[in-house]
Structures are given as structure tokens and as C-alpha cells.
Write a protein that binds this ligand. Structure first.
Ligand code: HEC
Ligand code: HEC
Ligand code: HEC
Length: 117
């Protein structure tokens, strides 16, 4: 389903660098918001791996990512499978945001990483 036009979140900082908070579903479903350290990933992988091959839209808050997709090996689950990177069982490494964080870009020129926000 494509809901890009419903994204209410203007970009505030150059996201290739800071951390992205993903919280469309997590907190509503009783999990802490997800912190995605964009900078950490972009120095390891090419943009097109995520923004073309894995289908992540280049807009904070624009992606509808569900945990089942990840467990099925899509989105974050393409790499967080226990081989390329640690597996989905490590809930707290992704769900590390403080309560109430809205989706969006946080931080500046480098990743401050899980647990910072
Ligand atoms: C590799 C990162 C990652 C790991 C590890 C991870 N999650 Fe998630 N999870 C996400 C992302 C990204 C979302 C979507 C966030 C959003 O937009 O709200 C999400 C969403 C969710 C949601 C919201 C409802 C839904 O169905 O999507 C629940 C509940 C959830 N995760 C539970 C878990 C549990 C329990 C674990 C550990 C067994 C876990 N997650 C591990 C990244 C992860
Ligand atoms: C490991 C996967 C991954 C890689 C590699 C990656 N990105 Fe991203 N990018 C994401 C995710 C996930 C989001 C957040 C999407 C969301 O919030 O729904 C994002 C968001 C963005 C945004 C949105 C900014 C905003 O303010 O809304 C831009 C622009 C972007 N990426 C550019 C890049 C560029 C340029 C590169 C390469 C230098 C890159 N990305 C590499 C996963 C990646
Ligand atoms: C293209 C592959 C790829 C994708 C897609 C990907 N990751 Fe990662 N991620 C990695 C690798 C590799 C590491 C480093 C793992 C290690 O150190 O063992 C990592 C590390 C992390 C870390 C720890 C960073 C640190 O400072 O140690 C977090 C948090 C994380 N990923 C969250 C996510 C979330 C959330 C998503 C989806 C929105 C995602 N990742 C998608 C490959 C990926």
C-alpha cells in the first residue's frame, strides 16, 4: 500500500547523517520507538541497497514497516537475520527510543546510536 502522500513530516535535517526515529506503529503496540542510525548504515552500504533494492522510501516517516515484514526478511530484516547483522531477536537494539518520540530525523553529522534519544 502506498501512503506517501499522507506523510505529515517535513524533513528538518539532512537525514543521511543523523538518526531516524521510526514510530508509526511501535509505541501504539507497546514497544519503544525504533532508532535507525542512518549514518552508521550509510557508511557501510550504498544508498541504492536500501532505497532501491529494499524499497525504503527516502522520506522520514514515509515507510510502513511492520514487524512481520522484518521477520519475513524484508526491510531491516534483509540484513538483521543473524548473518549479515544480528538478528531480530534483539528487540531492544532497535526499539531503543525514549517514550513519546515522534517519527523524524534526530541529530546531525553522525550517528549517536541506539539509546541516545
Ligand atoms: C532490526 C530492527 C528491529 C528489531 C531487532 C525488532 N524490531 Fe520491532 N520494529 C522495527 C521497525 C522498524 C518497526 C516499525 C516501526 C514503526 O514505524 O513504528 C517495528 C515495529 C514493531 C511493532 C509494531 C507493530 C507491528 O506489527 O509492526 C512491534 C509490536 C514490534 N516491532 C515488536 C518487536 C519485538 C517483540 C522484537 C523482538 C522479538 C522486535 N520488534 C525487534 C524494527 C525492529
Ligand atoms: C541500511 C539502509 C539505508 C541505507 C544504506 C541508506 N538509507 Fe537513507 N534511509 C533509510 C531509512 C530506513 C530511512 C527512513 C525512512 C522512514 O523513516 O520511513 C531513510 C531515510 C532517508 C532520507 C529521508 C530524509 C528525510 O529527511 O526525510 C534520505 C534523504 C536518505 N535516506 C538518503 C540516503 C542516501 C543519500 C544514502 C546513501 C548515501 C542512504 N540514504 C543510505 C535507510 C537507508
Ligand atoms: C543493508 C543491510 C542492513 C539493513 C537494511 C539494516 N541494517 Fe541495521 N545494521 C546492519 C549491519 C551490518 C550492522 C552492524 C552489525 C554488527 O555490528 O554486528 C547494523 C547495525 C544496526 C544497529 C546498531 C548500530 C550501532 O551503533 O551499533 C541498529 C540499531 C540497527 N542496525 C538498526 C536497523 C534498523 C532499525 C533497520 C531498518 C530500518 C536496519 N538496521 C536495517 C545492516 C543493515
Amino acid at each position: 500500500m502506498l501512503l506517501t502522500s499522507l506523510s505529515l513530516l517535513p524533513a528538518e535535517a539532512p537525514a543521511e547523517y543523523g538518526d531516524v526515529v521510526l514510530n508509526r506503529f511501535a509505541e501504539k503496540e507497546g514497544m519503544r520507538p525504533v532508532i535507525f542510525p542512518h549514518w552508521f548504515h550509510r557508511i557501510r552500504f550504498r544508498c541504492k541497497v536500501c532505497h532501491f533494492e529494499l524499497g525504503f522510501k527516502m522520506r522520514a516517516g514515509a515507510n510502513q514497516i511492520k514487524m512481520n515484514d522484518i521477520i519475513d526478511g524484508r526491510f531491516c530484516g534483509m540484513c538483521h537475520d543473524g548473518e549479515t547483522a544480528w538478528s531480530v531477536e534483539n528487540c531492544d537494539l532497535c526499539h531503543s527510543g525514549k517514550a513519546g518520540l515522534p517519527p523524524g530525523i534526530f541529530g546531525g553529522h553522525e550517528t549517536l546510536g541506539p539509546g541516545r534519544w
